[in-house]
Design a protein. Structure first.
Length: 167
């Protein structure tokens, strides 16, 4: 940030990542309450083939555990909720997307309005979804002064097409 940077407000970005394809379902909202979270869950439900289970990898934000959210999830059993431990956002693959978005759009941008920020986010999402690529982990061998004769661990790949990650 420069000394003359002015923040013109904030926006909430909800995102769900198809871990196998790299495609995102996303929406921006002015607030981050259970009302907006339910709206996003309904969007995921509409935009995902009905035969697939949906695994929600979420942090422990109270919005995700609101009684109305729990009631909706109870009526939609294909949604499976999983909560990351506190301070473990790195366990949620969609956070990798948020890091890319921050580096590619937000950090380098100067936005005169929330509308301008939303337009840039939506353009980024559109470009990324036009040619989606999954995030594939590439574990590194432990650093050691001795050469290891053990083979490197295999790449981490999820075999479940239905895995969606969202915050």
């Amino acid at each position: 940030m420069t000394h003359d940077y002015t923040r013109h407000g904030t926006i909430t970005l909800f995102a769900a990542l198809d871990a196998m394809k790299g495609k995102l379902i996303a929406r921006t909202e002015e607030h981050h309450t259970h009302v907006e979270w339910l709206r996003f869950l309904k969007q995921i439900d509409r935009e995902t083939p009905k035969e697939l289970d949906i695994h929600l990898i979420q942090d422990n934000y109270a919005t995700h555990k609101h009684p109305k959210v729990k009631a909706w999830l109870d009526r939609h059993p294909r949604f499976k909720s999983h909560f990351t431990p506190t301070s473990s956002s790195w366990m949620n693959l969609v956070e990798r997307f948020f890091a890319d978005l921050t580096a590619d759009v937000i950090r380098s941008g100067s936005f005169a309005s929330i509308g301008e920020l939303v337009r840039d986010i939506e353009a980024y999402l559109s470009d990324r979804n036009a040619a989606p690529k999954p995030y594939i982990g590439k574990p590194k061998a432990p650093q050691s002064s001795k050469k290891s004769t053990a083979p490197a661990p295999p790449s981490i790949k999820s075999r479940q097409h239905e895995l969606f990650q969202g915050i």
